[in-house]
Write a protein that binds this ligand. Sequence first.
Ligand SMILES: Cc1cc2nc3c(=O)[nH]c(=O)nc-3n(C[C@H](O)[C@H](O)[C@H](O)COP(=O)(O)OP(=O)(O)OC[C@H]3O[C@@H](n4cnc5c(N)ncnc54)[C@H](O)[C@@H]3O)c2cc1C
Length: 461
Amino acid sequence: MTSTHRPLPIAIIGGGFSGLMAAEQLLRALPVDRPVLLCEGSRPFGLGLAYATPNPDHLLNLRASQMSADPERPEDFADWLACTPLDAAERQGIRETEAGTFAARGLYGRYLAERWDRVAAGAGDRLIPLRAAICDVEPVPEGFRLHGAGAPPRLVAGLVLAMGNLPGPALAPGRHRLDPWHPEAFGTLDPARDVLVIGTGLTMMDSVAALRREGFAGRIVAVSRRGLLPKPHAAVPAGRRPDFTPEIRGSARKLVAAIRRAITTAREAGDDWRGVIDALRPITDALWAGLPRAEQARILRHVRPYWDVHRHRTAPPAAEAIAAEIRSGGLVVRAGRILAIAEAPDGAVVTLRPRGTDGRERIAVQGILDATGFSRLAETDDPLIRNLLARGLVRPGPFGLGIAASPGGRVAGASHDAPIWAFGPMLRGVVWECIAVPDIRDAARPLARAVADQLGDRLAA
Ligand SMILES: Cc1cc2nc3c(=O)[nH]c(=O)nc-3n(C[C@H](O)[C@H](O)[C@H](O)COP(=O)(O)OP(=O)(O)OC[C@H]3O[C@@H](n4cnc5c(N)ncnc54)[C@H](O)[C@@H]3O)c2cc1C
């Protein structure tokens, strides 16, 4: 009978890394009678898109020493790797390099799955895992009613949206479309005909590894506007952070010039550019937030592609695999703009305008992978996002990226009092650093405190 008086749960929608981190911290921050409902549509709890891959060539793009899921134990994952009995295949997923230890993402998935098991066991019936893809959220006086495929409607007091990078219709559906997250089909591709990958970043590298692992031996053409490839990590100590005057902090151009100067100075002293980029990490959020809107737009348009390949670096073995592909001609990286994709009986014909030219080139391919990574909120065909937008519960974040929210994640929809928060990559546009494991892990505690404060049931710290 007591259960009828139990407060309504807080729902987290999305049971990937962000969902797991949010659940852990909400269980701590909320009173013991407030349950947490974690909704996951398709994957094992805690893993999400990034860490459910079984491909041992899909490596973490941060060192093991940076990938702790425990905010209080920075070496938690490195210790886990050292102490956990692993079979021979799993051991192959650990790559020791001069730049540090890099592990296969599937191995990290096992680490998270074990963490999820512990969290779930410790929480007992306070943590309610719901296996359902939530497709709509209806505001009701008590909070929200969740509607999900295959699950009865659930009443909840508040919502944390932790759905990761939004899938988007960057590529119109067609017979030629290949799904990087479902590589099983790659084995049947014709080695005599090209495959196109749109994007040249980390997801492109994953796509190439998946095509090769599934046995595709043909040529891969990867295209992005600038044709930039992620840089590899190296063994570099953190450098000195440059000082930025208020004048520099107010201008995209001056900021970039100051960073370039710092890199030149570091090089002249025999140091690596990576030290400068890494030293900026503690202030990148503040630098971004301090720029006027027009300057932020300049950064996104002109600087971000360069920033991303320097900041979001790759494991050296993954970079070496790509370099070997390029040397052998197995991978051709092109800079240019895709003007059109025309369906052909046996694939597609892609019209490309190579960067810096007015020319047009046609490339016949048997299949296309979209490795552009994420979409803008208004472009996504995700049913839940479409319904949240239609109900006015969320609106696109700055520059259409992610969800409009306060830096702490409180969603700024049409109904200002709605207890909805966005978390993790959904905050891109508002928060500069919200995508990688350390950022998500460290943001979970403030998020949980904010949720508890708002609902009036914060525990004494
Ligand atoms: C391929 C890839 C590799 C990466 N590698 C690294 C790395 O090495 N190091 C690093 O620090 N970061 C890495 N990242 C960054 C990554 O964004 C974060 O590390 C983290 O995994 C993000 O987790 P998430 O839970 O926010 O998103 P996701 O992993 O995308 O998880 C979101 C989950 O929500 C579920 N979901 C979505 N909509 C609904 C719905 N309506 N109802 C129910 N469930 C729903 C999805 O099924 C999914 O499981 C990588 C990202 C990608 C895509």
